[in-house]
Design a protein around this ligand. Structure first.
Ligand code: DX5
Ligand code: ZN
Length: 227
């Protein structure tokens, strides 16, 4: 069976004053994952949200909470985000000298552990952890801001991850994040992406539910055609 495509709306682009309604809309559109961008103003030049917001989201929705940590010293905060109710936690390769240990500490809590690559970081830097991650997140923009343009070189990274997974029988899922929209989602899916993060192209539209439905439809069609 082909793996299902998941659209993971990124709340960074949502209206935070109406977050509950925004989440209800993407849920109606068929989203099962909510992408939560945590930024510290150090690793990336922007500050977003933290543990209290994840706790509130946990009470407000049953969607899978996918917490993307764009922070220095991520190891120090994994426990707090886990306790707040994250279902998936990803840490950047670039921030984490003890990647193996941090990923293990996430998995010990029965939370899916992911590793993230910035656009300038090669897949080869993950060779030792690919067997022990639940998902790999390929940044298709430089992290820090929503609304940026998709970097086409990311497609090659998606292909490499798909190829390595099948060559070594690994099991991670492949996620892509940044500048995803109806124009590039098919290419990303054909290259290997299975979880599509989308902020601007979902929440900065008149109808977020419909935006999720269309992205999922176009992505699923691309998946069906690729074999
Ligand atoms: C960027 C974040 C992304 C961002 C995506 O640093 O990791 O998740 O919210 O937003 P769009 O879809 O607008 O590029
Ligand atoms: Zn993100």
């Amino acid at each position: 069976m082909l793996p299902a495509i998941e659209i993971a709306p990124s709340i960074l682009a949502a209206d935070f004053a109406r977050l509950g309604e925004e989440i209800a809309a993407v849920e109606r559109g068929g989203a099962r994952i909510l992408h939560v961008d945590v930024m510290d103003g150090h690793f990336v030049p922007n500050i977003s949200i933290g543990v209290p917001v994840v706790s509130s989201l946990r009470k407000a929705t049953t969607l899978v909470l996918d917490v993307h940590l764009m922070i220095e010293d991520a190891a120090r905060y994994v426990g707090a985000f886990a306790d707040a109710g994250a279902d998936m936690i990803s840490v950047h390769q670039e921030t984490t000298p003890h990647l193996d240990r941090v990923l293990a500490s996430i998995r010990e809590r029965e939370i899916e552990a992911g590793v993230v690559l910035n656009p300038a970081t090669p897949v080869a830097t993950l060779s030792e952890v690919l067997p022990v991650v639940d998902f790999v997140l390929v940044m298709s923009v430089n992290p820090g801001f929503g609304g940026q343009k998709f970097i086409p070189g990311s497609l090659d990274k998606l292909r490499q991850l798909k190829e390595l997974r099948s060559r070594y029988n690994w099991t991670y899922r492949i996620e892509v994040d940044g500048g995803m929209d109806l124009q590039n989602v098919s290419d990303a899916v054909r290259a290997g992406a299975e979880i599509i993060v989308a902020g601007t192209s979902v929440f900065r539209t008149p109808d977020a539910a419909e935006a999720v439905r269309r992205l999922r439809q176009v992505a699923s069609e691309a998946l069906a055609q690729k074999v």
